[in-house]
Ligand binder design. Structure first.
Ligand code: ZN
Length: 436
């Protein structure tokens, strides 16, 4: 028999009391899904990295394509692309996004006149579209574990610790501005262990206000694990758990390549893992050890990362399907106490949302997604099967209306400003592609 449990157990022991999708006034309704990992600018290159550039294409050759696209962005273009992305997220049922933002400076690496100009473009896009934003300015200092300097294409991502802390303080002041109506949180992102030397990591962590959320990419690629072993003497997650006070404020992005002590270590510390199934598949990262992590009681959520897909349904479905393909079993995340895979998946993302985003759980619970009562995939749905039907039975999000912070942002499946946002996006894309 499979072992089970963790944070989801109490809820799932009594699933009808607090089902992730409930009948509210005759409509199937859920709390909005938090998207725990996004690089907004990458929406512009979705579908443009699917041609062979090298006989052994990998994450590392994809990254070169991504750098070429990143080099063409300025604040206006970022604003247009992020607004399109965030409107798509809302239409799909995401109501909060953690933006892991490293595109800070001008292409030559010099800060803009306002060093927070790119951050402000993201804040403006979130505000216009009505999505909750956890902005995570990224500290990115070195091009590898050996401490090599950033290359020309990475230069616009870089800060030293003092400059990054100034940016963080500037953005924290924005968070506290009443004009944002509590829709903005500012946290910290460390790009990865390879991009942040140990001393810098310690200096930044020591300077952060206690409640600050900390996100970082970790153990996404085997090459990164091998480099960390060679130059820091340990695997990335094991090294981090030994060197930092990782706890519930932390979100580890990907954490794909783990050994059992690392799986248990993350779970015991209460950190969240942000799994990005469609991007991890697209980049050939590998498969997160979900079943072992759930058995250890780990907290997890989903991110759309590179935005080859902008759909919580597709992320959740592929999270489960990847496990089925590799284990040749079905209903991998289900338990005897919570036999519905869809419910267990939705309960998992709901349980981690406040911890990873920094927004209060009660606040997030008020952001509502109402499913389309006319969607054929939901015909005759019951409380027992509606979550499975939403996640497994359709290729459209089947979202009818979305409200965030009391503001209706999606009606009849369309973002309220969809046409204007899409027109501006088309103009920005034409310019981005012309620069190629
Ligand atoms: Zn990422």
């Amino acid at each position: 028999p499979r072992r089970r449990f963790g944070p989801g157990r109490a809820r799932c022991d009594n699933p009808r009391m607090d089902a992730p999708i409930a009948d509210v006034d005759g409509r199937w309704t859920l709390s909005g899904v938090a998207n725990l990992h996004s690089h907004a600018f990458q929406r512009a290159m979705a579908g443009l990295a699917e041609r062979m550039t090298h006989p052994s294409d990998s994450f590392w050759t994809w990254r070169e394509t991504m750098y070429r696209m990143a080099a063409r962005f300025d604040p206006d273009r970022l604003h247009a692309v992020a607004a399109q992305l965030y409107a798509e997220m809302l239409e799909a049922g995401y109501t909060a996004v953690c933006e892991f933002h490293y595109l800070h400076h001008a292409p030559d690496g010099r800060p803009y006149a306002d060093p927070a100009a790119m951050s402000r473009a993201l804040i403006a896009a979130a505000r216009e579209t009505g999505i909750r934003l956890t902005l995570l300015p990224v500290l990115y200092m070195t091009g590898g574990f050996d401490g090599r300097p950033l290359n020309d294409r990475q230069r616009r991502f870089g800060h030293d610790v003092d400059a990054w802390l100034r940016l963080f303080e500037t953005l924290r002041a924005e968070q506290d501005d009443a004009g944002h109506d509590g829709m903005l949180r500012v946290g910290c992102a460390l790009h990865s262990l390879r991009a942040v030397p140990p001393d810098a990591m310690r200096a930044v962590l020591a300077a952060l206000p206690r409640e600050t959320r900390v996100h970082l990419h970790i153990a996404e690629q085997i090459g990164e694990v091998q480099d960390c072993l060679a130059l820091r003497g340990d695997r990335p997650v094991r090294w981090l758990l030994n060197q930092a006070e990782v706890d519930a404020r932390w979100t580890l992005v990907h954490a794909t390549h783990l050994e059992m002590d690392e799986i248990v270590g993350i779970a015991d510390r209460g950190a969240t893992v942000a799994i990005c199934p469609t991007t991890e598949a697209n980049l050939g990262d590998g498969l997160f050890p979900l079943r072992d992590f759930l058995d250890a009681g780990g907290a997890w959520g989903i991110g759309s990362d590179s935005h080859v897909s902008v759909s919580p349904v597709e992320e959740l479905r592929w999270l489960e399907y990847g496990q089925r393909l590799v284990t040749r079993h079905r209903n991998i995340v289900a338990t005897e106490a919570c036999p519905s895979v869809g419910e267990r998946l939705l309960a998992g993302v709901r349980a981690s949302a406040a911890q990873a985003t920094g927004f209060a759980a009660t606040t997030l619970a008020g952001d509502r997604v109402v499913l389309d009562p006319a969607a054929p995939q939901l015909a005759g749905a019951t409380a027992d099967d509606v979550a499975d039907r939403w996640v497994f039975a359709g290729n459209r999000p089947a979202v009818a209306t979305v409200s965030v912070g009391g503001r209706a942002v999606v009606r009849e499946g369309r973002h309220v400003d969809r046409d204007a946002i899409a027109a501006r996006y088309a103009t920005a894309m034409a310019r981005l592609l012309a620069d190629g």
